[in-house]
Design a binder for this molecule. Structure first.
Ligand SMILES: C[S@@+](CC[C@H](N)C(=O)[O-])C[C@H]1O[C@@H](n2cnc3c(N)ncnc32)[C@H](O)[C@@H]1O
Length: 314
């Protein structure tokens, strides 16, 4: 069995428990099923729960189906992008759900399958597609985007200070035929960055790889659509838990959660009118991180930021 160490597993379950236990037939959406670690723990703990598990990666779906075969009567596994939550729930005839979990980003499976091109530490084709049936791969971006487009991607999605230099070098290298795989790209980024900067802050290729991955999978736009769409389908007392692993995603989650949990009363009204009252409340302020012990045992947990919100009114 392939393993992915699920991040903040106990904490996710604890946060979802009140939302699940209040209903006799609870429904939970696992928006990022992956290998099914979180879903399995939820199915084991709550015998009445029914899960709708989504993933945009066919190979993750395949493995999740095997890992969760003992629970096949209580989990519906669907190949979909998580901004399709409303359409998936409509098809299944579920109006509202009790819990929604997002464990964003890539799984260990995706990082470990070298040929997927997600990892800058292994030589692989420039791919990075979470759904390999989609046409846009990292190679298409690297080989066809203009300098301006490359700079936009690297700046907006990688917060890369040396975007212009990297874009210049990408264009030179692609014209010379020397940019063919992830190793070539990682090396190109390294040589595009001043030596002094190279010595600080980890592998310099990390930001470029993140940027390309976000562009390939349209990750931020999809998340911006998925969070409000998911909140809309939460039942009263239902909860959404989101784990992000990089600041661009966490900022989106934070913004939507802050907006949803704010009163919309016009300023200066002496009393809050029900129609303007917030329909959600934050389960706790800010974000939570993984414990030191978990981080020691699972390096993926190092950058996690977990946020949770509860619907308090219809
Ligand atoms: C970190 S893993 C989830 C791991 C899972 N919670 C577990 O414990 O096994 C994230 C998964 O979300 C999937 N994913 C990422 N973005 C997605 C999206 N927009 N729609 C659907 N699935 C997505 C990835 O393919 C990956 O399998």
């Amino acid at each position: 069995m392939q393993v992915h160490k699920s991040v903040m597993l106990e904490r996710c379950i604890t946060l979802l428990t009140p939302a699940i236990e209040r209903n006799t037939n609870p429904i939970v959406v696992d928006a990022t099923l992956g290998l099914g670690g979180h879903s399995k723990a939820i199915l084991e703990k709550f015998p009445e729960v029914r899960i709708v598990g989504l993933d945009r990666d066919q190979s993750a779906i395949q493995i999740a189906k095997e890992n969760l075969q003992d629970f096949s009567e209580r989990i519906t596994i669907i190949h979909a992008v998580y901004n399709e939550i409303p359409a998936v729930l409509d098809t299944l005839g579920f109006k509202k759900v009790d819990g929604i979990l997002f464990d964003l980003g890539v799984s260990s499976l995706q990082l470990d399958q070298a040929d997927r091109g997600f990892s800058y530490s292994q030589a692989a084709p420039l791919d990075m597609r979470m759904d390999q049936s989609e046409p846009l791969s990292a190679a298409v971006i690297i080989n066809t985007y203009s300098k301006g487009e490359l700079i936009r991607v690297l700046r907006n999605y990688g917060e890369e200070k040396f975007a212009s230099k990297i874009a210049d070098n990408i264009i030179k290298a692609r014209n010379n035929g020397t940019l063919n795989n992830t190793n070539d790209l990682a090396e190109l980024v390294k040589t595009s960055i001043p030596a002094a900067t190279r010595r600080t802050g980890g592998n310099p290729a990390k930001r470029t790889f993140q940027a390309l991955r976000i562009e390939v999978n349209n990750e931020l736009k999809v998340l911006e659509a998925a969070i409000p769409a998911g909140l809309d389908r939460l039942a009263v007392d239902g909860r959404m838990v989101v784990m992000s692993f990089q600041s661009l995603e966490d900022r989106i989650v934070k913004r939507f959660f802050a907006d949803a949990s704010e009163s919309k009363s016009p300023r200066g009204l002496p009393v809050e009118m029900a129609e303007f009252a917030a329909k959600f409340k934050l389960v706790f302020r800010g974000s939570e991180s993984a414990s030191e012990i978990e981080i020691e045992n699972n390096s993926r947990a190092q950058s996690v930021k977990l946020r949770a919100i509860e619907r308090i009114a219809a």
